[in-house]
Every structure is written in structure tokens, then in C-alpha cells.
Design a protein around this ligand. Structure first.
Ligand code: G3H
Length: 253
């Protein structure tokens, strides 16, 4: 908030909080798309919000992505009783952006524990159900994810994410025509309707109600529509964005 006051962004934080229906919106000055120091600051700010909420024995579920990688790296508190889990299994991301890796990096920073989901990408619904039914470890972690005390997630542009995750060409074109935002493998229309979901273990939209606190973090003006879509779809408690995204969101809602 102090940073917001300094840069005159406090009014914009209040406006977006009202328009998006999110209790707390925090705006980091600058554009993370063009300035890597802003991306780092976005990560550091979200990590600060996360650590303010942390208490002993909590479970944190994390998404993947380059923004969340910055969040994990900049966590700066030690709390050994905390457990970090990936919010969902593999979604087809390159290794350093996978939620498993982000969870391990964050847990190491916290001096805490992590539990990972070792599930191959692109499995059918039936195969995933079979793994859940036969592997106690996977079903136990899936249960931890659903009851996490804190979920912290990135937000992606639907088209960019479907290409980055190498979906089938028909799926890429379907998503491109119908969706603007992506979070945790769910793809949303601008009005916040979930249009397509990648098969995977872990968090689903209906589980959101059971999670204590949801923090979303995203930056860059190109993510404006995606941020509106994802926040319309789900009840985030805190949204951490950069100034470029904030100004672009203001112009479309
Ligand atoms: O689900 C959203 C994506 O993980 C966002 O990825 O932070 O690399 O843009 P990004």
C-alpha cells in the first residue's frame, strides 16, 4: 500500500477492487512485460502478502508459471511447519514453470516441507481416476490441495497458455475463439465462464470455496482481459497486479 501511495495508485486500487469485487487489489508501479525489475517486484509483493497470511502448519497450494516462479524465489521468511503443494498436476509446461517445481522452490525458501504430484501430462480422465483410486499418495495430496489454507496462482492469456502447453491444434483454435483467460488449467470467457479444462489431478473450480484464502498475481497490459475473466470466474481475496495491467483493466470494465 505504501508503494501505491507513493505513486498515486491508491485510488486505482480502490476503483479496481470495487469493479472487480475483490477485497484487496495491490498495484505495483511499472510494466512487468517490458521491465524485468517490475516482474521481480510483482513477485516480491505477492510473496510479502503470502507471508503476512502464513501461520504454523498451514498448507499452501501454488500454480505454475513464470510469475509464480518469481514469487517463490522472493519468499523471505522461515516457517518450517508449512507444507507447499502444487495446485494441479502437470499441465504440459516446461519444467521450470511447473507447479511442482514452484512448490519445491517455495518450500525450500520457507525451510518447510513439500509434497509433489508425480503424474504424467496429458492423461485421460479414466487413467487419472485409476491413478487416484490406486495410489494413496496421489489421492492424499489431492485432498491436501482441496483443503489448502492458501492458494496462490498466476493468471495467463488463454491463447498464449494453450500454445505454450502444446495443446492439440483443434483445442488451441477452440480456446482462441472462445476464451481469453486461464488459471490452473481452466480456460475462461471474458464473462468468466469456464469453457475448457485441461485433464489433471488436483484443484478444480468447485474446490475454491474450501480454500481459506486465494491470492492471484499477474502483470502486463496484455493480461488485462485474462485478469478480468479469471477474477469474474472465481472469488479471489487478493489480486496483485502491475500498473500496466491495472490501467488496461480500468479501460475495459
Ligand atoms: O496459469 C497461468 C500461468 O501460469 C501464467 O504464467 O506467469 O508465465 O504468464 P506466466
Amino acid at each position: 500500500e505504501y508503494v501505491g501511495v507513493l505513486h498515486g495508485l491508491t485510488q486505482l486500487e480502490t476503483t479496481l477492487s470495487e469493479r472487480l469485487g475483490i477485497r484487496q487489489v495491490i498495484i505495483v508501479p511499472g510494466d512487468s512485460e517490458t521491465d524485468s525489475s517490475v516482474l521481480r517486484e510483482l513477485g516480491r509483493t505477492a510473496a510479502g502478502i503470502l507471508t503476512e497470511c502464513l501461520q504454523d502448519n498451514m498448507i499452501i497450494a501454488v500454480s505454475g508459471g513464470s510469475t509464480m516462479a518469481r514469487v517463490a524465489e522472493t519468499v523471505n521468511v522461515v516457517l518450517p511447519t508449512v507444507t507447499v503443494v502444487p495446485a494441479r498436476g502437470g499441465l504440459g509446461e516446461q519444467v521450470e514453470y511447473q507447479a511442482n517445481i514452484i512448490a519445491a522452490v517455495m518450500a525450500t525458501k520457507l525451510g518447510g516441507r513439500y509434497r509433489l504430484l508425480h503424474i504424467p501430462d496429458g492423461m485421460s480422465e479414466e487413467a487419472l481416476d485409476a491413478v487416484m483410486a490406486s495410489d494413496a499418495n496421489v489421492s492424499e495430496i489431492a485432498d491436501m490441495i482441496k483443503h489448502a489454507d492458501i492458494l496462490i496462482q498466476g493468471i495467463g492469456e488463454a491463447g498464449t497458455m494453450s500454445k505454450r502447453r502444446s495443446h492439440e491444434p483443434e483445442t488451441i483454435s477452440f480456446i482462441g475463439q472462445n476464451c481469453v483467460g486461464e488459471a490452473l488449467g481452466h480456460y475462461f470467457s471474458f464473462s468468466g465462464e469456464c469453457i475448457y479444462t485441461t485433464n489433471s489431478v488436483g484443484f478444480r473450480l468447485d474446490d475454491l470455496a474450501k480454500v481459506g484464502k486465494v491470492i492471484a498475481v499477474a502483470g502486463g497490459r496484455h493480461k488485462a482481459e485474462a485478469i478480468v475473466a479469471v477474477t469474474r470466474a472465481a472469488g479471489q481475496d487478493v489480486l496483485v497486479i502491475d500498473e500496466a495491467a491495472a490501467r488496461a483493466i480500468q479501460s475495459i470494465i
